[in-house]
Design a binder for this molecule. Sequence first.
Ligand SMILES: [Zn+2]
Length: 330
Amino acid sequence: MREAMYYQLHGQSVICSLCPKKCVIAEGRTGFCRVRKNIGNKLYTGNYAACSSCALDPIEKKPLYHFYPGSLILSLGTWGCNFSCTFCQNWQIAQASPSTRSVMPEQAVEMAKQYVSKGNIGIAYTYSEPSVWYEYVLDTAVAAGCAGLKNVLVTNGFINPEPLLALLPYIDALNIDVKAFNNEFYNTVCAGSLSSVKRTVELAAKASHVEITTLLVPGLNDDMTEIERLAQWLAGINPNIPLHFSRYFPNHKMDVPPTPESTMTMAQQVATQYLDYVYLGNMSGEDGNTYCPQCRQLVIDRSRFNSYLVDQNKCPQCGNIINIIGEASF
Ligand SMILES: [Zn+2]
């Protein structure tokens, strides 16, 4: 166990200030995340270097479509979460206690370096919530950055500004879940808050490459006026932030039917009025292609693994610069 960062003494307890929940944790107890534990009025992190999943994944699977397209990334996950989403798609590792193996930061970096010849660009902290893996992610990201590797965070964005700002200089790209654009959904379905997640997106977009994912669940967050407000807010930060709508399938404790494909396409149409790049995920026949927002020319064909971008990611037809970080490696 490692001593945790970001906590204060509070009488006979400690207050964890890593995430907006600010759990007051009594001696011998853990916070909501089940990971951070008070032992003798010191806060310890129970998942440092505890790796539950490890795989070399396509970057598109994170999903990141505008960051080194076609590359691979060593993806690591742990356990624990500061949300308790009833529709959790990764609940076996996030909400249960999976078996783990120890992968110290320097081992993770060595592994990532070994895969570079296979197309690996770095390390993604994903599968479970990396906010509650904070100390390990920070140490590993610093070491990976020194080794010339990229760091990617796939997160729910529920973290306080101080720890976020301390981590962001080492993070090259983030996919942040905006689970709904209404606070009631965050309160009742996730045990979180929308305002904290919005703040994370706004801060992260100033520092790193950001893409957003919204899992559309029928009747809960698929109202088109709500989707319009989400797209308007994102466009206010930057209209070229890619937005991924992901199709919901029954999972964990939620048992509503899958999101109709028509809802998905409608959401894409609504959001495209404000945003340059809107993608649909978990859909049959969805190509995930990137089109130039100016002239609609196909610029990245993900079904054929082909990029048509010309010098420094310009559209071959109209010369518009497509917001892509790094070269495509198809
Ligand atoms: Zn164009």
